[in-house]
Design a protein around this ligand. Structure first.
Ligand SMILES: Cc1cc2nc3c(=O)[nH]c(=O)nc-3n(C[C@H](O)[C@H](O)[C@H](O)COP(=O)(O)OP(=O)(O)OC[C@H]3O[C@@H](n4cnc5c(N)ncnc54)[C@H](O)[C@@H]3O)c2cc1C
Length: 364
């Protein structure tokens, strides 16, 4: 028989954004239910599994003291430290610059964050899919859930955003990844050109293996993502040992509005992914935590939900907007052909490509 659940805050999705939202709301004294449509949190892994260091996150988004605590994760989740990014153009020319961070096992990473939410008092219900809203009540595959505030942490194609009447991400890029065996340098490798039109192929070093993957822009491509992935693996001589898994990546920057009077969207659902490189885990955690705090304050103390948007915009909006502008430039000038990709990379050079990756202005 269908259950009837009542909760202060309903969080839909148990990725990094959802778990941080659930934890933060629970820590601030309200009841929280987090639902996840998958039977196991974080499984299967659909990610390149790279986390920038706190130093890099502060360099991109500003030096906020709370980032130290937010990103203070157990060393057991840090599978391999990385020291640099190497960019490879279609003619195999390379540029390398320092970049610090680590690769993780994304399934364990997401499970750790979800466990922290549960330890803080949130209830986690797995194998439960949000279907929509009817008269302010959430319809799910296990029955109705009554809530005061809903947080959509349900990824790029957010059904919560749609149900709240919020804009959804447009122009999403498909991307896939898998694990390959082998010994790799502690360097992130990004391959540009016809190998991954409009985006890039990657090798992210792990321990005795690497996360390897490809993303592309449908408008520049003329094959399936599986075909591009197979070609990339063949050309790089990679020993892929797992199934390929994928999903969509928002590519245009944040959606225009991320809240209503009863809800908010966070992480990929809000489009807060770096358009130039597809990275979204740190911003998912940042927006998740902000939304959970605002939800609790709204329920307990009448803080306006609109403050959520002011909070994330003050930190993330400018770098993400700059990155979206840079991405448009790349689409217009660099991604038209292998020749133009190689030409633009040479023109930009190491320093400007470092800026590009870090969501900074290319020209003063
Ligand atoms: C191939 C690939 C590689 C990537 N590599 C990196 C990387 O190396 N580093 C990085 O920082 N970012 C990377 N990203 C982006 C990163 O994965 C996302 O930005 C991040 O996962 C966003 O977290 P989230 O919590 O917003 O959403 P998600 O992690 O997508 O979580 C959403 C959750 O909601 C659940 N859900 C969805 N719909 C419903 C529903 N209707 N009801 C209930 N539950 C639902 C899903 O099952 C999922 O668990 C990559 C993305 C892809 C596709």
């Amino acid at each position: 028989m269908a259950e009837k659940i009542k909760t202060d805050v309903l969080v839909v999705g148990s990725g990094p954004a959802g778990s941080l939202a659930a934890r933060s709301a629970a820590e601030n004294g309200v009841s929280v239910t987090m639902i996840e449509m998958r039977p196991e949190v974080g499984v299967p892994v659909r990610c390149g599994e790279l986390m920038p260091s706190v130093h890099e996150i502060k360099d991109m988004f500003g030096d906020l003291p709370e980032f130290d605590e937010l990103f203070d994760l157990p060393s057991s989740l840090m599978v391999r430290n990385v020291e640099a990014i190497r960019l490879i153009d279609p003619k195999s020319r390379t540029w390398e610059f320092p970049f610090t961070g680590y690769t993780t096992d994304r399934d364990r990473f997401d499970q750790y964050l979800a466990e922290q939410a549960v330890s803080s008092g949130a209830e986690l219900i797995k194998s439960c899919r949000f279907k929509g809203l009817e008269n302010g009540v959430a319809k799910t595959t296990i029955g109705d859930i009554e809530f005061k505030v809903i947080i959509g942490a349900d990824g790029p194609g957010s059904r919560v955003a749609q149900s709240l009447g919020l804009p959804r991400n447009r122009n999403q890029y498909p991307a896939v990844s898998a694990q390959a065996d082998g010994d790799f340098d502690p360097v992130i490798q990004m391959f540009f050109g016809g190998i991954a039109p409009g985006a890039y192929g990657w090798i992210m070093p792990k321990a005795g293996q690497a996360n390897v993957g490809v993303g592309f822009s449908p408008k520049f491509s003329n094959g399936t993502l599986g075909e591009y992935f197979d070609k990339f693996v063949r050309l790089q001589g990679l020993d892929v040992k797992t199934r390929i898994e994928g999903k969509y990546v928002p590519s245009e920057g944040p959606i225009a509005k991320t809240y209503t009077d009863i809800g908010m969207v966070v992480g990929d659902a809000a489009g807060v992914v770096m358009p130039v490189n597809g990275g979204g885990i740190p911003q998912a955690m940042i927006t998740g935590r902000m939304a959970g705090q605002v939800a609790a304050d709204n329920i307990l103390g009448n803080r306006s939900i609109a403050e959520y948007e002011q909070a994330w915009r003050s930190i993330l909006y400018k770098p993400l907007k700059i990155a979206a502008g840079n991405k448009k430039l790349a689409d217009t000038f660099a991604f038209r052909s292998e020749g133009s990709t190689a030409f633009c990379m040479r023109l930009l050079g190491k320093r400007r490509m470092g800026k590009l990756i870090r969501c900074k202005r290319l020209f003063p």
